[in-house]
Design a protein around this ligand. Structure first.
Ligand code: ATP
Ligand code: MG
Length: 483
């Protein structure tokens, strides 16, 4: 099922809010109940105190026989009744724990008993017992005391039960809180993990790929199947990278053709020399056709063949260089490649520039020879262009076996590169050449080619003294197929 990131995030937050909301409502409800119960307990304690007060007067009456005590007791009982009725009315059935109704009845009975007692009291200590012989003073006392005790016990019992109930509620609410804390923590971890896996990971993947592209490594982003916008984003990114790959190939070719343009006059000049030599040999041969000097004629013909070979080499090199080929690594003899490159450029080198080649025979490394040649040409042409007033161009190479690296250096004694330009020279289209002379693509393409080889390029320059470009390439698994 395809779920968009927006939906995924909305869903996780909805679940989060729902569970948090539920927990909040439960906790709030428990606290509300506790508050409510505490209020009721307070009121019932008040009733209990009032009844205890009534009982105190009742005891005093039976001790001292003062009628006022009975009246006081009755007044307190009525207050207790009013309070109890008020609790029942205001707090409804929630306030009524079993026995509450009975309390009210007992209280009424207690009141009636005391009232009857007051009515039958004669004031002289004797009682009008209405002819009932069994009900004497002691009997009345006993009845009233038992009733009073029952009422206080009952209410004490109810208050104790209410306390227990409140304690249970408090415990429950503590459990709710612990549960809520655990649930919210687990939910937070789950949400964080979910977002990390579904949002963070693909984002990092894409970020890495974009960093690589920015560095010139146009490899595809590994596809992800999250079924959301990331999946289509990666697909679009890969399309873009493929397109960039194509464009970069085209750019390399365009730049190559541009440098071919620069080379043409030099190459023409280089071709002219063997052609002249061939022409001279032919003329001599024609003039001396009748002559018997066969040995001399053979020498002339052999020279002609050598010159044709030389011209063919130049044309072959030019054709090779201009061919469009996909990137492919093979084991290359570096000295051979350098010589081939110099042959292409030889006619271009002005007389005031001396060329020094310090590339030992036998260095072999894995590379795409055409592309590395293009990079060499760019560096050599740049060096030459930096030495308008002449100088020395040195091409060096060596291997550092322990690192498994090949170093290739192009050094000039030209004008140098100002410090502020050092960070820009590899940018595409950065040039200090006059308009129409340089496109500013040479070094950017060279950098791309070296990146393709998983190598690096470094530059050191001193104004007025010269510049050194060092290309460092991994040697790779060198095999016998050499170029
Ligand atoms: N050896 C060097 N000495 C001095 N400056 C250099 C050297 N190599 C490069 N630069 C500077 O770097 C800039 C960029 O070089 P790059 O090869 O990319 O472009 P370009 O030579 O100007 O044009 P293009 O190579 O496309 O014809 C040059 O314009 C120049 O200012
Ligand atoms: Mg250049």
């Amino acid at each position: 099922m395809r779920i968009s990131i927006r939906r995924k995030i909305a869903l996780s937050f909805s679940v989060f809010i729902l569970i948090s909301g539920l927990i909040w409502v439960l906790t709030y409800y428990t606290y509300y109940l506790i508050g409510y119960r505490l209020e009721v307990i307070g009121l019932k304690n008040d009733v209990l105190n009032t009844i205890l007060e009534a009982r105190r007067y009742e005891k005093n009456y039976f001790l001292y026989g003062d009628k006022k005590n009975i009246e006081q007791a009755l007044s307190y009982i009525r207050q207790a009744e009013i309070k109890l009725t008020k609790i029942a009315r205001e707090y409804g059935k929630y306030a009524l724990i079993k026995g509450f109704d009975e309390d009210l009845d007992d209280l009424l009975e207690y009141e009636n008993s005391l009232a009857v007692f007051l009515d039958t009291y004669k004031g002289d200590g004797s009682l009008d017992l209405g002819g009932d012989e069994d009900k004497n003073l002691l009997w009345y006392q006993g009845e009233i005391r038992t009733l009073g005790r029952r009422i206080t016990h009952n209410i004490e019992d109810i208050v104790a039960k209410e306390w227990q109930y409140v304690q249970r509620l408090a415990e429950k609410s503590r459990d709710y809180l612990v549960f809520a804390l655990a649930a919210v923590s687990i939910l937070s971890i789950l949400t964080a993990l979910y977002l990390a896996f579904n949002v963070n990971r693909p984002l990092r993947c894409i970020e890495d790929a974009i960093h690589k592209v920015a560095k010139g490594d146009y490899t595809n982003v590994p596809t992800i199947s999250t079924g959301d916008e990331f999946e289509s984003l990666v697909a679009s990114l890969n399309n873009m990278i493929n397109e960039l790959n194509k464009r970069s190939e085209q750019l390399i070719q365009t730049e190559k053709l541009a440098s071919l343009g620069t080379l043409t006059s030099g190459v023409a000049h280089e071709l002219n020399n063997p052609l002249n030599n061939i022409s001279t040999s032919c003329q001599i041969l024609l003039e001396e056709l009748e002559d018997d000097n066969l040995e001399y004629k053979r020498e002339l013909l052999m020279e002609t063949e050598r010159q044709i070979e030389r011209a063919r080499d130049i044309v072959k090199g030019l054709l090779e260089f201009s061919k469009v080929r996909p990137f492919s690594l093979k084991t290359v003899n570096l000295r051979g490649l350098v010589d081939e490159t110099i042959r292409l450029i030889k006619g271009e080198i002005p007389a005031n520039i001396s060329l020094k080649v310090e590339v030992p025979e036998g260095i072999r490394a894995e590379m795409d020879p055409r592309r590395i040649q293009q990079a060499m040409l760019n560096l050599i042409l740049n060096g030459m262009q930096a030495m308008e007033d002449g100088g020395e161009l040195t091409i060096k190479a060596w291997v550092e076996e322990d690192k498994g690296e090949l170093y290739f250096q192009v050094q000039d004694t030209g004008k140098g590169i100002p410090e502020e330009n050092l960070t820009k020279i590899f940018d595409p289209f950065f040039t200090t050449s006059d308009i129409g002379k340089g496109s500013g693509l040479g070094l950017s393409i060279t950098h791309g080619i070296i990146e393709q080889h998983r190598g690096r390029i470094e530059v050191a320059s001193e104004l007025g003294k010269g510049t050194t470009f060092t290309v460092i390439l991994p040697i790779g698994e060198v095999n016998s197929a050499t170029v």
